[in-house]
Design a protein around this ligand. Structure first.
Ligand SMILES: [Ca+2]
Ligand SMILES: [Ca+2]
Length: 76
């Protein structure tokens, strides 16, 4: 239980640190970027790039995944 609480705090901390994430991109404000939201933000994105960014393959790009991809230069 303690481990779960720590993970939640870490995720919340990460989300507030990544201020640029979702700005003008997260249309439904659910905290993650769906494939449709990613296409709207990055019109040239390919399925291959989306799959590479969505590292846990859940169909959404989290703040962490977006930050990693942006810092790696995958997303510009
Ligand atoms: Ca969203
Ligand atoms: Ca994901």
């Amino acid at each position: 239980m303690k481990k779960i609480l720590i993970s939640t705090v870490t995720i919340v901390g990460f989300a507030s640190a990544a201020l640029a994430f979702g700005e003008g991109m997260d249309a439904d404000n659910d905290g993650v970027l769906s494939e449709a939201e990613m296409v709207a933000a990055y019109p040239d994105i390919t399925q291959e790039v989306f799959d590479a960014v969505d590292t846990n393959q859940d169909g959404n790009v989290s703040a962490e995944e977006w930050t990693i991809a942006t810092e790696a230069g995958v997303l510009k």
